[in-house]
Ligand binder design. Structure first.
Ligand SMILES: *Cc1c(COP(=O)(O)O)cnc(C)c1O
Length: 341
């Protein structure tokens, strides 16, 4: 078999959820947008729902409708993008709760009689949410909302002054309103109780990513070796002859590439592991293949790990100049997915 095995540990995911929810005295929802950060919204949300999660967030109404099929009627499914033109039928039929972002969305939504909604306000990130002046003109609609929320731009940097600035802006926009409130994703949860309000809504920390440094790893990605050859000094490997051997090297050709989310920026920078032995990725990443120096391995490896106990999504992301979120959500459809309970 020449496909990699992506193992998703739902026990670790649930443990991460519990660890994050213990940090707040309020409720903890779960963010499962982008197909559960690439790990599968269905298995991820089913495991979380069984562990007692009854509020989920996704980005779009389409994601929400799929999630409704998976989870049945009980959980509340919230939509960050709000109520867009064309979403009304999905919102009604799948009983989704849009987080309304602007007066036009509010107007569109109120045409749907007696349908739940939340409100998102812009506290300074300038990405989604009511502008302060628009919110001031519409504050009366807070009392019927299920939730009033905002999002922090810099929560992964605890010392960033924008955190406190957004906190006070969120307070100014919501003071005196009795509706449940939410400001914190994973990063905001770690900033402390001032940021928690009634509901935290972690995403990446559930999946084992920073800034939740205590997270248990949730993914392991093991890639099969197709062949191993000896490359002599001055011989080159791969496209553009980008790697030149300086001494005799054992080079393994591994089945996975940029079409599987192992982006070209990893070329000559990432490391794979055979048990505990680090094996450097050499030369260019190609569409379906990686070339890896396995000279230091005691035995010729049959497979190499690129994610797992020896390397987190964030460590691999560092090597590629990106973030763990992007590594997770890029993991491709060709892997054999094994879900551990
Ligand atoms: C993605 C997202 C979250 C979850 O963020 P993490 O950093 O993954 O915890 C929470 N709220 C909003 C508005 C988001 O877009």
């Amino acid at each position: 078999m020449a496909v990699g095995t992506l193992t998703i540990d739902l026990g670790a995911l649930v443990a991460n959820y519990r660890a994050l929810s213990r940090l707040t005295s309020g409720e903890a929802a779960a963010v499962v947008k982008a197909d559960g950060y690439g790990l599968g919204a269905a298995p991820v949300s089913t495991a979380l729902a069984k562990s007692g999660v009854n509020r989920f967030f996704v980005a779009t109404a389409e994601e929400g409708a799929d999630l409704r099929q998976t989870l049945g009627n009980a959980p509340e499914i919230n939509i960050f993008s709000g109520h867009m033109a064309g979403d009304t039928a999905l919102i009604r039929e799948a009983n989704l709760t849009p987080m309304l972002n602007a007066p036009e969305q509010l107007k569109r939504h109120l045409a749907l009689p007696d349908h739940p909604y939340g409100i998102q306000v812009n506290s300074g990130m300038n990405r989604l949410g009511f502008q302060p002046e628009d919110w001031a003109a519409n504050r009366d609609h807070a009392q019927d909302a299920t939730l009033i929320m905002s999002h922090l731009a810099c929560a992964d940097e605890p010392d960033h002054p924008q955190n406190a600035a957004q906190l006070s802006q969120f307070r100014a926009m919501t003071d005196g309103i009795k509706t449940p409130k939410s400001l914190a994703a994973t990063g905001g949860t770690l900033l402390g109780a001032d940021y928690h309000f009634d509901l935290i809504r972690p995403g990446v920390g559930l999946y084992g990513g920073l800034p939740f440094a205590q997270a248990q790893p949730v993914v392991r990605l093991s890639l099969p070796v197709i062949q191993i050859r000896t490359v002599q000094p001055s011989e080159t490997v791969g496209y553009a002859a980008a790697y030149t051997a300086k001494s005799p090297r054992q080079i393994a050709t591994v089945s996975a590439g940029y079409a599987d989310g192992l982006i070209r920026a990893m070329s000559a920078r990432a490391t794979l592991f055979h048990n505990d032995t680090p094996c450097p990725l050499i030369g260019r990443v190609s569409m379906d293949l990686l070339t890896v120096d396995v000279t230091d391995c005691a035995q010729p490896p049959e497979a190499l790990d690129i994610l797992g106990p020896r390397q987190t999504v964030d460590q691999l992301a560092d090597a590629a100049g990106t973030i763990g979120y992007e590594i997770l959500t890029s993991l491709g459809p060709r892997y054999k997915r094994v879900v551990l309970p």
